[in-house]
Design a protein around this ligand. Sequence first.
Ligand code: CTP
Length: 397
Amino acid sequence: MLASKNILLIIGGGIAAFKALDLIRRLRERGATVTPVLTRAGAEFVTPLSVSALAGHKLFQDLFDLTDEAEMGHIELSRSADLIVVAPATADLMAKMAQGHADDLASTLLLATDTPVLIAPAMNVRMWQHAATQRNIAVLRGDGIGFVGPNEGDMACGEHGPGRMAEPLEIAAAVETALADGLLKGKRVLVTSGPTHEPIDPVRYIANRSSGAQGTALARALAALGAEVVFVTGPADVPPPGGVEVIRVQTAQEMLAAVKAALPVDAAVFAAAVADWRVVGASDSKIKKTKGGLPKIEFAENPDILAHVAQLTQARPALVVGFAAETDDVVENATAKRARKGCDWIVANDVRAETGIMGGPENAVTVIDAQGAETWPRMDKARVAARLAERIAAALA
Ligand code: CTP
């Protein structure tokens, strides 16, 4: 329920804007206050009067409306909200968000805020699939913007495919999830993320394809639920989320030391792709080519950080969650891995190159616990993270 929540609803200019009227009703039914903002294009599809009448609230439309600026500046307007919802989020609005434009009220509000943002994209299927839009989606996801939809189906333009705005009830549910804060208040959660780099010499190292996207999304989702998050990350492609304690490491041994130093915690989630081996006697100076000779690299096994924490006899976290990156017999291997390492849950994913999961925006996971295996549909890593964070909150409650 959304009692006492203040939602700033930005209605963009698309045919799906009519569904925003129903969304206002659904949000208000759940107890939310809805402050509506209508873009110039949005006003071509729904009237200002119907929006403000349904919202029971003053409608904001113009960046340079001096009365509004005197009463409530655009900074204040976006800061006073608990969540900003953009529905429909058009291709143009998403492009502006990705680029940081601020040339009208909607884009300025979205730039002038650190309030969480949830967007419900709606556009023609070709626009959705266009490389430019896909680039913007990746940028927005990286910026921590939440997505609901789009769904696949028949579109107003007569085409079929992804691009239909999510239904108002789905958006209302996503709003509830986004605002389910406080579930992890007072809980300290450790997340490991990213690859590790194992040096060969000062210029060369052994690495893996982990981008750190899933671990980062998870840390963000846990923090959004109010957890105090310690985020131990290897050299990842994506920036760490805001509002968490970030500890940067390079190697598996450094990661283990950072994890030990972060204990005790209520829950520990090991999303890092830790290198299994390190190079014995990594050279302090660059290894030079020698005529006819190849360097001999000898490996030693790295400590298993997850197993170490899962098997602690003192101050073991109440919940220890591992990930299993598998390419074959995913569920069987992950089930065995859970038993071998002694963790409570293991989140298995199929990292064969053709799945595009490692380093990609989406994940398809099976969560295995003592009760059995639960397979989730393929969805973006932020949604997987949100669901996992809620499951963790329920387990710790
Ligand atoms: N893990 C860890 N420390 C290691 C290796 C793995 O903490 N040295 C953790 C990972 O963060 C992950 C889980 O163990 O949560 C499983 O990682 P994975 O690479 O799938 O398993 P491995 O133990 O490396 O097994 P294998 O490579 O044989 O599949």
